[in-house]
Design a protein around this ligand. Structure first.
Ligand code: R5P
Length: 288
């Protein structure tokens, strides 16, 4: 087994390799210092992969990382790897999981079709609609990252967890079992890409330290609304924890509503404080 990391996921790939007690393959991402002037991606494998089972770890944000993922998969295949497992920690385009309007692609499936050209199987994490994995043209499994968040929150002295909407309940529930604290939830209505509305609900949070747990923080609008509700109801400390920290648009301003923000290494950012390497390593071991 060898582990190859794309440029968006080098630390996670190294972490997975360490967990598996194997080598992380050296990859060059620039042909010339500074890269190509037009921003095109470049990859070159610097180790031999002939006959190996290779885990290729690459997240799909921003979009250029998808190109890099496909280039690496092709290079690994051409280098004679015996088996290729794509580890896509954040599966972009997951929200376009069906044809909402005539003429649209099912974008998540488009990505999967391209991966299937060279990859034998796919492991991902908290894809928007895990049910759609069975429609992918390669075996695919959604790996839970919530144990990693739960382990972190166990040491972060929180009194309870909060799911900011119905979708996040399953995540908060799983993390709360590991952190050993209870959880509650709110109901959210999305008005547009930037605006959400939270239905008022009494929460037992006065004087408490609360972690809002979600799969994704994008604009931070959801977290800001939930944090505002928690403060209004007397929470002493509010932290936000997510698997995938996209942090786009007004996220920085929105996250000022929190005392701390925690994200995993599925997408690297200044909030990355937790690694999901143990979760992916366990899933790779379980492949057999
Ligand atoms: C939606 O169901 C997701 O679980 C997140 O709550 C959402 O993607 C967060 O987006 P934003 O940070 O823009 O509110």
């Amino acid at each position: 087994m060898k582990v190859v990391g794309g440029s968006a996921s080098v630390p996670l790939a190294r972490g997975i390799a360490n967990e598996l007690k194997t080598a992380s393959v050296d990859v060059a991402f620039e042909k010339h210092p500074g890269g190509f002037p037009d921003g095109e991606r470049y990859v070159r494998l610097r180790d031999s992969l002939a006959g190996e089972h290779v885990a290729l770890v690459q997240t799909t944000h921003p979009d250029s990382m998808i190109i890099e993922l496909l280039l690496l998969a092709d290079a690994i295949h051409d280098a004679g790897a015996r088996r290729l497992t794509a580890v896509v920690p954040y599966f972009g385009y997951g929200r376009q999981d069906k044809r909402f309007l005539d003429g649209e692609p099912v974008s998540a499936k488009t990505i999967a079709k391209h991966l299937a050209v060279n990859c034998d199987e796919l492991l991902t994490m908290a894809i928007h609609n895990p049910g759609m994995l069975k429609t992918f043209p390669l075996p695919a499994r959604d790996v839970s990252g919530m144990p990693a968040i739960g382990r972190y929150l166990k040491t972060a002295k929180v009194d309870m967890l909060l799911a900011p909407d119905g979708n996040a309940i399953r995540f908060a529930k799983e993390a709360s079992a590991i952190a050993g604290v209870p959880f509650d939830s709110l109901e959210k209505k999305r008005i547009d890409s930037y605006t959400v509305k939270i239905t008022p609900k009494a929460l037992a949070v006065r004087g408490k330290s609360v972690a809002i747990v979600d799969d994704v923080i994008s604009t931070g609008g959801t977290i800001a609304m939930a944090a505002k509700e928690l403060r209004a109801q007397g929470a002493r400390r509010v932290i936000a924890a997510c698997l995938h920290g996209l942090f786009v648009g007004p996220a920085e301003a929105n996250l000022k509503a929190c005392d701390d923000v925690i994200a995993t290494d599925t997408i690297l950012s200044r909030y990355t404080k937790v690694s999901v390497a143990p979760e992916f390593a366990a899933a790779i071991r379980a492949l057999g």
